[in-house]
Design a protein around this ligand. Structure first.
Ligand SMILES: Nc1ncnc2c1ncn2[C@@H]1O[C@H](COP(=O)(O)OP(=O)(O)OP(=O)(O)O)[C@@H](O)[C@H]1O
Ligand SMILES: O=C(O)C1=C[C@@H](O)[C@@H](O)[C@H](O)C1
Length: 248
């Protein structure tokens, strides 16, 4: 943040109950600043440590700071480079995205794909490469509803409510520029969502079923309401949903 802007801010800080916030930050601060009389800008900063293991199974700590403005996540900084995690693939993605950047004219990019297809991973690398902000649509909905996870929103209010909120979030994003948006796995099922996503460019991450099932089985389905409610193993469930959402 520019120094002169920071100087003009009246900063108040509040510790936030991590259980009420979707990202479950280790610690967080809320700043709010008043510019002139009418304009009010709220910036939310959250920080979290994530333990990760490298290929030799050494533990490493990764530190992430993200910043939201008017309930939209506007930037994320991570101490650990995602590029290191995905090596050559990340480099190819970075080079390709820099090639297309001049043709984007600031239009948003919407990543669509099944749960676990890599929308967040790819989105973060892509946004950094083309100097866009990264935004996770599920997180926008969680913040809007004030419930910390998609799974809980489904449980408390049901899927239709979640989908309505998702459509609202996409509508708000549709007037933005320079965002890479990771959409919810099921965002593709509503025609209305395509009208909003059509303002930008949508990219489908089409991952083979076997790979998806492995990724999902690795972390379990507890936090994934749609997958958790389906009978059968990860492969069967992913196959069923994938054909429901993405069969052409
Ligand atoms: N190209 C890749 N190669 C191998 N693993 C990957 C790749 N991309 C993502 N992953 C892994 O797959 C898992 C899911 O990735 P990610 O969270 O990015 O998917 P997503 O589409 O955002 O999922 P969600 O439905 O939770 O939003 C993560 O554990 C991630 O590390
Ligand atoms: O994790 C899940 O099961 C889901 C998350 C959201 O992306 C939703 O869009 C999806 O339909 C279900």
């Amino acid at each position: 943040m520019e120094a002169n802007l920071a100087q003009r801010m009246q900063i108040s800080t509040t510790w936030i109950d991590p259980y009420k916030f979707p990202r479950k930050p280790t610690s967080s601060l809320r700043f709010s600043g008043r510019f002139k009389e009418q304009k009010r800008l709220q910036v939310f900063v959250s920080a979290q440590f994530r333990p990760v293991r490298d290929e030799n199974r050494h533990r490493q700590a990764s530190f992430e700071v993200s910043c939201s403005c008017n309930n939209s996540q506007v930037s994320t900084l991570e101490s650990e480079s995602l590029q290191d995690l995905f090596g050559e693939e990340a480099l190819i993605l970075k080079n390709k995205s820099q090639e297309i950047e001049p043709y984007l004219n600031g239009r948003c990019i919407y990543l669509v794909g099944m749960m676990g297809s890599g929308k967040t991973t790819v989105g973060k690398i892509l946004s950094r490469s083309i100097r866009y902000s990264f935004c996770d649509c599920d997180k926008l909905v969680e913040e809007d509803v004030g419930v910390p996870s998609v799974a809980e929103i489904f449980e408390i209010y049901g899927e239709d409510f979640f989908r309505d909120k998702e459509t609202e979030a996409l509508e708000k994003l549709s007037i933005e520029h320079r965002f890479v948006v990771s959409t919810g796995g099921g965002a593709v099922i509503r025609d209305e969502n395509w009208i909003y996503m059509g303002k930008g460019i949508s990219v489908w991450l089409d991952v083979p079923l076997e790979e998806l099932a492995q990724r999902i089985a690795a972390v379990g389905t507890k936090s994934r309401p749609l997958l958790d409610n389906e009978p059968g193993d990860a492969y069967t469930t992913v196959g069923y949903l994938s054909s429901k959402y993405f069969s052409c």
